[in-house]
Design a protein around this ligand. Sequence first.
Ligand code: NAD
Length: 478
Amino acid sequence: MTVGAQSCDALSGKSFAVYDPATGGELAQVPAAGPEDVDAAVKAARVAFEGQWSALPAIARQNLMLKLADLLEDHGEELAQIETLENGKNVMLSRLIEVQASSEYIRYMAGWATKIYGQTFDVSINVPPGMSYQAQTRKEAVGVVAAITPWNFPLGMAVWKLAPALAAGCTVVLKPAEETPLTSMYLAQLCLDAGFPEGVVNVITGTGEDAGAPLVAHPGVDKITFTGSTSVGKIIGAQAMKDVKPVTLELGGKAPMVMFDDMDLDLLGNAVGIGTMFNTGQTCTSGTRLYIQKGIYEKALEVIAGIAGSLPMGSGLSTANMINPVVSAKHQQHVKSCVARAIEEGATPLLNGVTPNQGYYVAPEIFTNTTQDMSIMRNEVFGPVISVTPFEDGDEAMTLANDTIYGLGASIWTTDVNKVMRYVPKIKAGTVWVNAHNIPDMNMPFGGYKQSGIGREHGAGALENYLETKSVCVAYPA
Ligand code: NAD
């Protein structure tokens, strides 16, 4: 772990194993942090925040971030391979999404470090007589940030939090998911190599219970930012409110894809490959509920099943393999149990694919004959498993699409601009793509409606998550 300038073990001396999902073999032992390690990391972050880090001019923060982005690229291939080893994903995704997009996001956010500004206001205060007032706002770094990340995009999610926090002038204690801590540990070392003062970026490894929960509850933390499941998000949100701490929550999803009769059927390849099966379906915005208008239903279903059923499956170290192992034995069991429950409840599986014997694989599956009350339609599976349901008209499709506790991503597929204008406002989701799905951008706000979260990442707005607004009111003789 990295606490202050130290590369260290857990104070208890305990460790836990990280596994390769493609083989089930042990990759590494990493420190199992407990409350005492959390305390040390938060204290290191506090010392850095009150001291050297806050004293640095914004341009110095920018330059350190630019250096970090360069180092990430210099070490990119090694990081990409480690990411694939610990997470299982296709190494091309590790290269493009985890490494390249992360270094680009650090550069994007580095630019904002020098562009933080408040406003000035004319105010109407008229007491006591003879005094005038002028007011302004200052934007100030919130302080010590606790960042807790999931396993599906380990390096990417860490950077989504780290980059705006550093640009704003905060210090960070990052706790990556216990399944995939290795690239975050590497990132901490690169931060030190880039020249960040000690304590600005601390990374502790451990379970949600032993390291995550004490971090969230630590009185020295000023702000919590969390990406993960809605169930854990609720626990973290409740704890944050106990101490009235600002919190950003990026949570689960059950994204609808609404395909109208007039859609360009040539886009179904993108819809399946990127929209649903990308990262083996382990993406919070993955399209999992496909609603297809009756006129194209049979044809589109045939194409979708053909594509999903023929995606090459195997280790992420080979770029040809589009379906890779899911992250862990536990998660493999979860996805398989979702499939079994869907069958028990009466949905029809179309593919019934087979998987290699070794490693945590789950074959893509498509369910038809579903009803909205089935578990497969309501709960997040987080694997290569989708449902396909016909609809009559757009209003019905909107009702079906919005019939969920989630509201993270959604898409509409049509060649009719009038349908785009009519239906995009009706969908309750933080991002609605048109003729695309599952494609975020660093300049495009990202986050959830409903139980998919609170707050937005990406874009200039992400910086606000790490800034307080202070009003300053100056009196002077009229
Ligand atoms: P998870 O909620 O199980 O764990 C996420 C993180 O929280 C891990 O680091 C874990 O150790 C930690 N944690 C667990 N219990 C905790 C507690 N009580 N206190 C503090 N920390 C705790 O999620 P996961 O299985 O790692 O990731 C998959 C989930 O993440 C899915 O639901 C997915 O939709 C969601 N996700 C959302 C987004 C988004 O931007 N909205 C992005 C990626 C993933």
